[in-house]
Write a protein that binds this ligand. Sequence first.
Ligand code: NAD
Length: 476
Amino acid sequence: MRTDMYINGKWTGGSATFPTHNPATGEVIAELPAATPSDVDAAVGAAADAFAEWAAMLPAQRARLLLKVADLLEQRADEFARLETTDQGQPLAISAGFSVPNAVEHFRYYAGWVTKITGLTAPLSVPDVDYRTRREPLGVCGLITPWNFPLMILVWKLAPALATGNTVVIKPAEQTPLTTLLLAEVLEQAGIPAGVVNVVTGGPEVGKALVRHPKIAKISFTGSTAVGREIAAEAGRALKKVSLELGGKAPSIIAADADIDAVIEGNLMSGLLNSGQVCAAATRFYVDRERSDEFAEKMAGAAGSMTLGSGLDETAQLGPVVSLEQLEQIDSYVRIGKEEGAQLLAGGSRADGELAGGYFYRPTVFGNVTQDMRIAREEIFGPVLTVLPYDDPEELAVRANDTDYGLAAYIWSRDIGTANRLAHQVKAGTVWINMPPLLDAGAAWGGMKSSGLGREMGWEAIEAFTEVKSIWTSLA
Ligand code: NAD
């Protein structure tokens, strides 16, 4: 385990520290340095100094380094998965089966792009000129990450940033910094030159110092919509580039013809993966009124029978939520739901008994939820599902879109024409039809409306970490 910051190729402590907890037990795992403004300045300075050489490295050589990172990360996959589970809470089935392999694949995918980032030539209507474009890196990028998938979401940013020749300063979430620091060790081992990747640890103040730093060219942020707005405002004043992956309140539309037994499993996964701490989590289930009681009861039965436990215990289907603060926020929304008159069908309380020391919340299902209730409008970011009956399929797109968010949506129907028509109508960055939420490095990812700006993954992330230069040459 690494518990120091990584600045200019050196492991650096600090005088003030903060703790990170194991959410399954509440115990402190480690104390980490709280970066000072001068640490942030040193990290950004190191990244600025390393930029010219990194950006000029031959593409084949940069690609090889990223492939080496992928190989080393894959060799240490078990260690990364156990550390992620210990610090974040997600069951090993998620950390070992999804988070770490996804991070490995992102490094490989963007290693592939390094040698294929092309510009274009265009036939301008100007005599005697040759015209072409180049894609160039931006400079020093600040990568600010959240606590729900600490390693994987970091790599969504880091792999394309490095592939395109940028250098970076990373600020992991204060709740879950450990796999980010371990990744810095892997980057060092792989031979990524000193200064190309730096990690500063600490809370929001450290993130703010990074956003404000004059040598930062771009901020790539994943986190809450409220903080995203602040960052966009600050970056806007300084005309820095910004990419934002923010909150969500994804609808799952279950058409009248759907086979309810068959869709329960996919919807449980969409709603309760990582204890609902997923920005794309399906949390608003729109079900034909004739069948909504049946759906709600079946969801409640299936959710209520899930096994809670430490993520390190392989029989656990749901781990703890990340922190006591998050647990209290979830509980307060459940109280609001009851006060609003929604029908509590499962869960609704913190787990007790053997699990009382950790931050475990019972998977919760509310039936008879209406569109105006806060539990149907606000992001809870926990294991709380709401079932909203509908009467007329024609109202579905309007109701699904009646939210500030627009990250993801799910549609379940045997009628593929209807499903695709709805997919076009829903304002969301990603729509999954008849399937749970899957991600791939090749598929663009990001939100519409208040769910974000820009896209990660795919070619879109190459665009997000580069800018286009036009070069004209006189042929006269
Ligand atoms: P958060 O916004 O509080 O914090 C995210 C990160 O930003 C942390 O590293 C934090 O220290 C830092 N930060 C906080 N205030 C800052 C400021 N003013 N300036 C700069 N940095 C600052 O969010 P969180 O609690 O870590 O994560 C939960 C939220 O993130 C949820 O709302 C969720 O929907 C969203 N999320 C979105 C995605 C996505 O892909 N769209 C993915 C994961 C999480």
